[in-house]
Design a protein around this ligand. Structure first.
Ligand code: S3P
Length: 174
């Protein structure tokens, strides 16, 4: 039987971390973030892992993090934007609980992602390349149980929509 976590997926800039933290507070649940797990286990920040060991090493660490998440129950989990987009990863996430895709307008996501944080997957990529990356990833995100459109919304409104969607799906004890 699938777990009872809530798992947020979506492209960079979708608001997975901020909204995930707020959602966890609203639900009285713990919040976990795969990027934080990886950085803590490695003792170095994500950009350094990319720079020193490359993307494939980071993806392997993401796979390990998801295996560890099988120990969790009832948590809100925010994933890195590329985590669901490798073989078997979306199935693994769906086993952890209810997977919610924070989808949105690509221009908006891109603007937000560029403004905040150091994101190795954006470095050296033009808008067209980022759009191509997004298009490649969309089929994976689409496999989420619940899709929430965040276009034009602030974090409070996004959280409200996620809560409503979870209630509607009768999947969260909220
Ligand atoms: C990545 C997204 C980042 C982080 C890493 C790789 C990606 O997380 O996991 O830099 O491949 O899209 P956010 O989605 O929180 O930016």
């Amino acid at each position: 039987m699938p777990g009872d976590n809530v798992v947020l997926v979506g492209f960079m800039g979708a608001g997975k971390s901020l909204c995930g933290r707020m959602l966890a507070r609203r639900l009285g649940r713990c919040f976990v973030e795969t990027d934080e797990m990886i950085a803590a286990r490695e003792g170095r920040p994500i950009p350094e892992i990319f720079a020193t060991d490359g993307e494939e090493r980071f993806r392997a660490l993401e796979r390990e993090a998801v295996a560890l998440l099988r120990l969790k129950s009832g948590d809100v989990i925010a994933t890195g934007g590329g985590l669901p987009c490798r073989d078997g990863m979306m199935d693994a996430l769906r086993d952890l609980g209810t997977v919610v895709w924070l989808r949105g307008d690509l221009a908006e996501l891109y603007e937000r992602a560029r403004r905040s944080g150091d994101r190795p997957m954006l470095a050296g990529r033009g808008v067209d390349e980022v759009e191509a990356l997004y298009r490649r990833r969309e089929p994976y995100y689409r496999q989420a149980h619940v899709h929430v459109d965040t276009t034009g919304l602030g974090p409070d409104q996004v959280v409200a929509r996620v809560l409503a969607a979870l209630r509607e799906a009768h999947v969260a004890r909220v």
